[in-house]
Write a protein that binds this ligand. Structure first.
Ligand SMILES: Nc1ncnc2c1ncn2[C@@H]1O[C@H](COP(=O)(O)OP(=O)(O)O)[C@@H](O)[C@H]1O
Ligand SMILES: [Mg+2]
Length: 380
């Protein structure tokens, strides 16, 4: 009997000790968790640090540039070693002291932000615009293909040019065609995206775009909607405007920084030439201006023929009547007319495009475009 009791006691004792061990263990775990949560809470409570650029380093202090462009002379923490102008740092928001240096990925992959291609647009796919094609060949193609000619004659070819005129008239097409004919890399940048998407990084991105262009030379940097970057600014008030201004300055500096006879060329493009800052058009910059207007009647015929080349047109179509009807349209709109006419035929289960398909298509395109444009006022 007694033996059995003793055994029971031992069991109970064992239970208690093992319980207390587990409990102590659990307690320890919970304490650790509490501590971790406390630390996390602390971390979440600390105010954010601001990312700034070092403008200059003077003794143990630094001139920093905060994101809105203002500069401050501030203290630097001891653990920031070897600070140099251009470095990115974290600063305390209240006293602006530099707390930490950060290794920002300097080569933030510029190739992701621009379109790089080797276009396959042939001169023959451009309707009208004969003078413009001649001009662009002279300004871009000739110096890229025959730099010695310029050296011998002793003149400097333009570094770039500006294409201006209403949308859809073939500006991009011209630029791609010249890239193709010179076997150049075509680097396309949309200026409005450059200034909107890359707040604080615009200038850096511009630098890298030109770097990329040099690496991939011969190359053409095509800047669409240049006016978004290079509009005249009467007042530079907001930090956003200062940022655009900085990006623009960097752009000018990059153009000024490369050689006339280098194999990088810049083509700017705008339908708001009237608002461009004249600085961009100064000699040595985009100093050749090429107007790309709406097509004249010959251009219209030519463009229509290009876009209907592979279409099965009814022989009975009165083309002159069609041409008259598309007189005010741009090249891009004429292309839409052709595509839409094809759809009208398909809907009627025909493989031949008849005159009424084209007439309907013209109506549709004109209706879509009406109200959305009055470009006559837009370019000067
Ligand atoms: N002169 C033209 N000849 C042939 N097609 C044209 C012409 N102009 C415009 N297009 C058509 O319209 C499309 C858009 O033209 P695009 O060159 O981008 O105009 P822009 O750059 O002037 O706004 C072209 O891809 C092409 O199909
Ligand atoms: Mg375009």
């Amino acid at each position: 009997m007694g033996g059995r009791n003793r055994e029971k006691d031992r069991e109970i004792l064992f239970d208690y000790t093992s319980d207390s061990i587990t409990l102590e263990y659990e307690n320890r775990l919970l304490k650790e968790t509490v501590n971790q949560l406390r630390e996390e809470l602390e971390r979440f409570k600390t105010p954010p640090l601001m990312v700034c650029d070092i403008h200059d380093v003077v003794n143990n202090k630094a001139i920093i540039r905060i994101p809105n462009g203002n500069k401050f002379f501030v203290n630097v923490s001891n653990n920031c070693k070897e600070l140099k102008a251009g470095h990115s740092v974290l600063v305390d928001q209240k006293n602006l002291n530099v707390v930490e240096k950060i290794e920002k990925n300097k080569n933030f992959n510029v190739e992701k932000f621009v379109i790089i291609e080797k276009p396959e647009i042939a001169w023959e796919s451009i309707g009208g615009l004969n003078n413009q094609i001649e001009d662009i060949k002279e300004v871009i193609e000739l110096p890229l293909k025959n730099p010695n000619l310029f050296k011998e004659v002793g003149i400097q070819p333009p570094k770039g040019l500006l294409l201006y005129g209403p949308p859809g008239t073939g500006k991009t097409l011209l630029a791609k065609a010249v890239a193709n004919s010179t076997n150049s890399t075509f680097i396309e940048v949309v200026a409005s995206e450059l200034v909107q998407k890359f707040i604080g990084e615009g200038a850096k991105l511009v630098k890298e775009i030109f770097q990329l262009a040099k690496e991939k030379a011969p190359s053409i940097i095509y800047i669409d909607e240049l006016d978004a970057l290079a509009a005249t600014r009467v007042e530079i008030g907001t930090s956003g405007e200062r940022e655009v201004q900085r990006t623009f300055m960097q752009f000018l500096a990059e153009i000024d920084g490369f050689k006339h006879l280098g194999n990088v060329k810049v083509i700017g493009c705008t339908n708001r030439k009237d608002i461009l800052d004249p600085a961009i058009l100064r000699p040595g910059r985009l100093d050749r201006l090429i107007e790309v207007p709406l097509p004249d009647i010959d251009g219209i015929k030519h463009i229509f023929r290009i876009h209907t080349k592979n279409m099965n047109l009814d022989k009975k179509i009165n083309l002159d009547k069609i041409y008259k009807n598309i007189e005010e349209l741009s090249g891009a709109e004429i292309k839409s007319v052709c595509t839409e006419a094809g759809y009208f035929a398909i809907r009627k289960k025909r493989k031949i495009i008849q005159e009424n398909d084209i007439v309907d298509a013209i109506k549709k395109v004109k209706k879509e475009e009406s109200g959305s444009k009055d470009y006559t006022k837009m370019f000067g």
